[in-house]
Design a protein around this ligand. Structure first.
Ligand code: HSE
Length: 347
């Protein structure tokens, strides 16, 4: 089977996904009978490509090294905007990897709608669309008979959505609690070693884990978008990150961290979802936790999520020290699950 793909947004995650496609090419052909051809790539400021035939990903990655562009790639270079690229290319599946817009999730939501309108399956690692418009996008995809997957929106490729969907049938999610923002967790950890917040944020940026605008991490917006996406999908909420009762780590000082440590506590940015007066209530707040807490050892860039369920009690899943490969794997695993569903004729 040949799967033709358009990638909209081609920063760190998109480029790592392209590397993964190249390194797994033989495995995909041999084990899965799958040939993935990329027919379009859209970047925000470094040029875009659209082609009738598979684009040479090795060449694309080489050109983008050291700040290079795709503006003189050859006849494939296009000045089309993402929506035009989606509408004009012959892809079967669109992968949305543009950056988070915390105001309203656009234009990623529009990219996804355009792809669904064209009858494409969709994978996104962008939290915005699932945090702002999950129900609308899900209903659109269902009525058009296409797939929509989004594992990479929370905790990279760690199975959360797929875990619940595939392995917990009939189990109701009653609540959620997680350390979902790696940057804040890393910064708090560094501050407990005496480093200033500014230095720690700069280090998180060097590691490539901070958002393009790191205030989205520090002010709790990234965690708010993630807990909203989780609650919308797993608890049937229909809300947006703007409704989250949100406090980030921006006002925490090295002295606060030191006092907590001296008292045998750690400060962690915790996102939670639970039912209150018949409504799902979402919170993001720095909390002091003790060594009895399941998140005590979640340090550095690690994350964790507890699913509070009716039939299985509390289930906690940890992701230890993720890097960009784990985020790209989310897209890769969603792609394989989409292909499996296409082959089985299921949605
Ligand atoms: N900025 C995000 C974080 C990246 O720090 O968790 C992963 O979504």
């Amino acid at each position: 089977m040949i799967l033709r793909v358009a990638i909209i947004g081609f920063g760190n995650v998109g480029q790592e996904f392209a590397r993964l496609l190249l390194s797994k090419r033989d495995w995909l052909l041999k084990k899965k009978g799958l040939d993935v051809e990329v027919l379009a790539i859209a970047t925000r400021s470094r040029g875009s490509l659209i082609s009738k035939n598979a684009i040479d990903l090795g060449n694309v990655l080489e050109r983008l090294k050291d700040g290079g562009t795709l503006t003189d790639f050859g006849p494939e270079t296009t000045k089309e905007m993402p929506i035009g690229i989606i509408q004009k290319c012959d892809a079967d599946l669109m992968i949305e990897l543009t950056t988070l817009n915390i105001e309203n999730g656009k234009p990623a939501i529009e990219h996804i709608k355009a792809a669904i309108d064209c009858g494409m399956d969709v994978i996104t690692a962008n939290k915005g669309p699932i945090a702002f418009a999950y129900h609308e996008l899900r209903d659109m995809a269902r009525s058009r008979g296409v797939h929509l997957r989004f594992e990479g929106t929370v905790m990279d490729g760690t199975p959360i959505f797929n875990l619940v969907e595939k392995t917990l049938p009939g189990c109701e999610i009653l609540g959620l609690e997680g350390i979902l923002n790696s940057t804040s967790n890393f910064v708090l950890d560094q501050m407990s070693g005496g480093r200033s917040m500014k230095e720690a944020v700069a280090e998180a940026q060097r590691k490539g884990i901070a958002e393009a605008d790191p205030s989205l991490d520090i002010d709790g917006w990234d965690a708010a978008a993630k807990i909203t996406a989780l609650a919308n999908v797993l608890m049937g909420a229909d809300t947006t990150p703007r409704a989250v009762d949100r406090k980030g780590v921006g006002e925490i000082t090295v002295a606060d961290v030191e006092v907590a440590n001296a008292q045998g506590k750690k400060i962690k940015l915790i996102a939670s979802a639970g039912w209150e007066d018949g409504k799902v209530k979402l919170k993001v707040e720095p909390l002091r936790i003790g060594s009895e807490h399941p998140f005590w050892s979640v340090d550095g860039t690690s994350s964790a999520l507890t699913l509070k369920t009716d039939l299985m009690g509390d289930l906690t899943i940890f992701e230890r020290g993720p890097g960009i490969t784990q985020t790209a794997y989310a897209v890769f695993s969603d792609l394989l699950l989409t292909v499996e569903s296409i082959r089985n004729g299921t949605l």
